[in-house]
Design a protein around this ligand. Structure first.
Ligand SMILES: [Fe+2]
Ligand SMILES: [Fe+2]
Length: 364
């Protein structure tokens, strides 16, 4: 978000009022947060989620008689995940100047790549698609390139929060079907412990991804509330799953997913949007729209870094501050373990724009 201006315009750069954080300082704090979180994440990923798409599952025991609907869904899961190289290269490029974020995207990409390989194995070992078919399908998919859904980093960051949560939900519901727990008549009695384990394993990764991106959005929300809230609003008004425009027969896949009770518009509302909102201290979509509208009605101080107060009524900033603080404690604990605390510790710096409660204001 740092503003880069040509030297002849330096005098016109808005000055930061005394006592407030400059954008450069905010960007530095967010970058430090990402870097610390990325280090913590990588260590944890290697310790707890170091599975292998070939060796971690007993593929020979995969159920050979899965209903055709399940195969259609597995095929679609594979189709989306196999764009992992496109997702990764585009995102890495977008955030290449941030150590924490670009390195994280590589790690993330290596996890998404495992998802693609695991779903491909599931399609192959189902016995219902020939290796030739899979090869041709892959060729067809790879003839198209996935592009970023938004041009800038903050919108893409917000998008990934919703996308990771939606993906996790899809896989958890697939796990439920494979465990024979579906309430849909055409899927009752399906039993496949191998498939259930695959879906669960990948869903755990997606939950970890969701958390990483969520922590990132929280930091932006804390230091740049206005831009972040409007990015959230823009993302939810046009949300669709990644690669929906690239996968052949997407409509058929989406219909099958919906009929299987795996995912649909209501699940997005209830189990994706509302969950993410709760995690970001936003009460509802209505409250978000209202808050943004009110903020725009209040005139901004020309050229200054002043923030209108209306933005702070749009979300529970106290809860978000608590979450950002807790993230820093987690990072600091990790840094103590390694020894970074003695060399270059990550510190939490309060955003002075955040309104303080009456009791703290009385002390001034
Ligand atoms: Fe994935
Ligand atoms: Fe993911």
């Amino acid at each position: 978000m740092a503003d880069v201006m040509p030297p002849n315009m330096l005098n016109e750069r808005p000055r930061t009022p005394a006592g407030l954080l400059s954008n450069r300082e905010k960007d530095r704090l967010i970058e430090r947060g990402f870097l610390g979180l990325y280090r913590w994440y990588t260590a944890r990923s290697q310790e707890t989620r170091n599975w292998n798409p070939d060796r971690s599952f007993d593929w020979r025991s995969l159920n050979r008689n899965l209903p055709p609907e399940v195969i259609t869904v597995l095929e679609g899961f594979f189709a989306v995940e196999q764009y992992a190289p496109d997702f990764t290269s585009n995102l890495v490029h977008l955030v290449r100047r941030s150590h924490g974020r670009s390195h994280f995207q590589l790690r993330w990409g290596s996890e998404e790549e495992k998802h693609a390989d695991a779903w491909e194995n599931a399609v192959l070992f189902s016995g219902q698609r020939s290796p030739q078919w899979v090869e041709e399908y892959k060729d067809r998919l790879k003839s198209q390139t996935w592009e970023l859904p938004f041009p800038d980093a903050i919108h893409n960051l917000v998008y990934t929060v919703f996308q990771e949560r939606a993906t996790q939900l899809n896989y958890l519901n697939m796990m439920k079907i494979a465990q024979g727990r579906s309430d849909k008549p055409h899927l009752k009695g399906v039993s496949d412990p191998v498939l259930a384990k695959v879906a669960q394993t990948i869903a755990v990764d997606e939950a970890a991804h969701y958390n990483f991106f969520l922590e990132g959005v929280r930091m932006y929300l804390y230091y740049y509330p206005e831009q972040t809230l409007s990015a959230i609003r823009n993302v939810i008004t046009q949300f669709s799953m990644p690669a929906a425009q690239l996968v052949p027969n997407w409509e058929h896949f989406f219909e099958t997913v919906y009929r299987a009770g795996i995912y649909g518009p209501r699940d997005f509302q209830r189990d994706v949007m509302q969950v993410a909102f709760r995690n970001l201290g936003i009460e509802s979509r209505k409250a978000l729209e209202e808050g943004i509208r009110r903020t725009r009605e209040v005139p901004d101080f020309d050229g200054g870094n002043f923030k209108t107060t209306a933005i702070w009524d749009t979300f529970d900033y106290g809860a978000v501050e608590g979450d950002v603080r807790r993230l820093h404690v987690k990072i600091q604990d990790y840094e103590k373990e390694i020894g970074f605390d003695a060399i270059d510790p990550t510190e939490f710096i309060e955003n002075p724009e955040v309104p303080r409660t009456d009791s703290s204001a009385a002390d001034d």
